[in-house]
Design a protein around this ligand. Sequence first.
Ligand SMILES: NC(=O)c1ccc[n+]([C@@H]2O[C@H](COP(=O)([O-])OP(=O)(O)OC[C@H]3O[C@@H](n4cnc5c(N)ncnc54)[C@H](O)[C@@H]3O)[C@@H](O)[C@H]2O)c1
Length: 285
Amino acid sequence: MLTELKTITLLGAGGKMGMRISDNLQKSQYQVFYCETAPQGQQRVNDAGREVTDADTSIAISDVVILAVPDIILQKISSVIVPKMKPGAILLTLDPAASYANLIAQRADILYAVAHPCHPSVFLERYTKAEYDDAFGGVAAVQSIVAAFEQGTAEQRSALENIVRQMYAPVDDVHWITVKQLAYLEPTLVETVTCMVGTLMKEALDETVKSCGVPEAAAKAIMYGHIQIALAVAFRSTNPFSDACMIAIEYGKEKIIKPDWKTIFDEKELDLVLARMLKINAVRR
Ligand SMILES: NC(=O)c1ccc[n+]([C@@H]2O[C@H](COP(=O)([O-])OP(=O)(O)OC[C@H]3O[C@@H](n4cnc5c(N)ncnc54)[C@H](O)[C@@H]3O)[C@@H](O)[C@H]2O)c1
């Protein structure tokens, strides 16, 4: 088994995550091979001063193969890539969906990991413009990473953590959990709930302007301030919501949220949403 990880193949190097990760790995001590099949993606790789490599050649000599390709093609791509990997190498994916659904091609002599960025916290203390501008993370604002590596030894995990820290730098914590726990974080916690609530807030803002005739600037001003204070009160108990606000919150829950909404945390529901996202009939068990 490999403990020193030196050589990396990145598939999907010209995609959204591929470009971000490449920008950071390019500054690292690792030997990185950038693989990309789409002409536009290849152009992006070249424009960034990187060379596109033939995947067949680099995969066979890489300690780590990163699949930065869309989740819905991971089953097909992994079935081609995994047989070409060297024994002891690590296959790293960037989202838990396909791993949780057991779609990734398996081999007993390679190891599997997932590492997903948390994005910089809304509570992060930012000092520079670059930190403020870095909403996604991976450029200037510190973020944490959630990751799973359920088979590896402590040494291998530590070596892999170094790569993960470089990919998503700057990074403070890397939280090592299971693939299933990762799936409960994303999609359930952050996409099904948090991102959904974000889009609900935007729809409410648009409706306030469109149907109630409130000037957009006034609606945005009060909403953006209240997003900040609502999060500070709910998550940090900076001060309590007022009594009248609590009544309005309860009214909002009655009108908007289904009483049984927490069933989204049932395993059955997790399987359903993941199957829908991966465009398959059902996750494999
Ligand atoms: N986009 C995000 O915000 C985000 C955030 C966190 C994690 N992720 C995860 O990152 C992964 C990649 O997502 P993305 O949004 O960057 O996808 P993307 O569609 O932006 O990029 C995928 C790239 O892979 C390339 N590609 C496809 N097949 C290939 C092959 N056989 N060999 C080499 N390259 C190939 C495509 O041409 C494309 O450039 C997914 O697992 C996704 O869940 C994405």
